[in-house]
Design a protein around this ligand. Sequence first.
Ligand code: NAD
Length: 339
Amino acid sequence: MKVLVTGGAGYIGSHVVYRLIERGHEVTVFDNLSAGHRQAVHPKAKFVQGDLLDMAGLTVAFDVNQRDGASPFDGVLHFASHIQVGESMRDPFKYLRDNVNATTNLLEVCTATGVDRFILSSTANLYDAPKRIPITEDEALIPGSVYGETKYIGERYLMWMERIYGMKYCCLRYFNASGAHPDGIIGEDHRPETHLIPLVIQVALGQRPHVDVYGTDYDTPDGTAIRDYVHVTDLADAHILALEALKDGKSRVYNLGSGSGYSVLEVIESVRRVTGHPIPVKDAPRRAGDLPRLVADSTRISAELGWEPEYDNLDRIVETAWKWHQSHPEGYGGQGLRV
Ligand SMILES: NC(=O)c1ccc[n+]([C@@H]2O[C@H](COP(=O)([O-])OP(=O)(O)OC[C@H]3O[C@@H](n4cnc5c(N)ncnc54)[C@H](O)[C@@H]3O)[C@@H](O)[C@H]2O)c1
């Protein structure tokens, strides 16, 4: 397949690109490098540096691959987005403007050039008031932030694209993406970092004095919040399965989690085990908007596409993350890590 990956220089996108290339697909990465890293892009991928907000640049990326009358890409995977829940509540217009306009532009070019398979990176942040845990795809969609709202809009958009243009789509609602390529060659490097596992590993690396634990009085066994950590290469496999499955002409929505919930303290304990570092912690008040428990029910994608997460154990996920961070303590380099 010929595949376009927006945000393919970012954390999840770069891992999906590696997997696509390992499976023999032809990949074009489109990324403005606002948060991604050129070094994260597989050397065999075609790289186009451009911004989804710039329609002219986007059109060039599609023309580059133009085949006689045929669609330039067999599928488009759309990862590019601002991604921070907290920031989206402080600067809502950045998210509403950029995330929504980026998706609008991309879909306009896709429909104009006959792309008929599309995969959207969606999020567990659509489930702000789950009635049942683990959470199925049928749970009410209530975005928990402006960031989540922009993903909700993306999902709604795709429903219209199917109705009007016949585009087939898959919305993949990730829970907490984590871990790194098992060889340690690419991994997570968000700046600022807001995700728990890399933050705890920064303590093990001596880059941060302690970890703040936000909320120790939740109604959970140890009082700290529980999340579902899904390995980034398992996410990558799910994208490839979904892309292939769309050939049957049926659009879909799937939750992607590993099915197990781990508390903040359990994650810290796992990093202690894997790294051998004591990891000092400091208790802090709950953060506004954090839910006590978010765990995915991924039965639907397992039953329909045969997706089985290989990393169903937290220590194994942390081991891959540790391998990456230990061999790349400054991530992809550049500005150095902030604490
Ligand atoms: N990381 C998670 O746990 C998680 C969970 C749920 C959903 N998601 C979604 O998955 C996707 C990827 O997340 P990530 O953690 O890899 O994020 P990331 O920030 O590492 O990657 C996003 C990439 O998109 C690029 N980008 C952003 N705006 C762009 C634009 N206008 N034009 C071109 N490129 C642009 C950035 O440079 C970056 O490389 C996002 O859509 C995010 O919302 C992530």
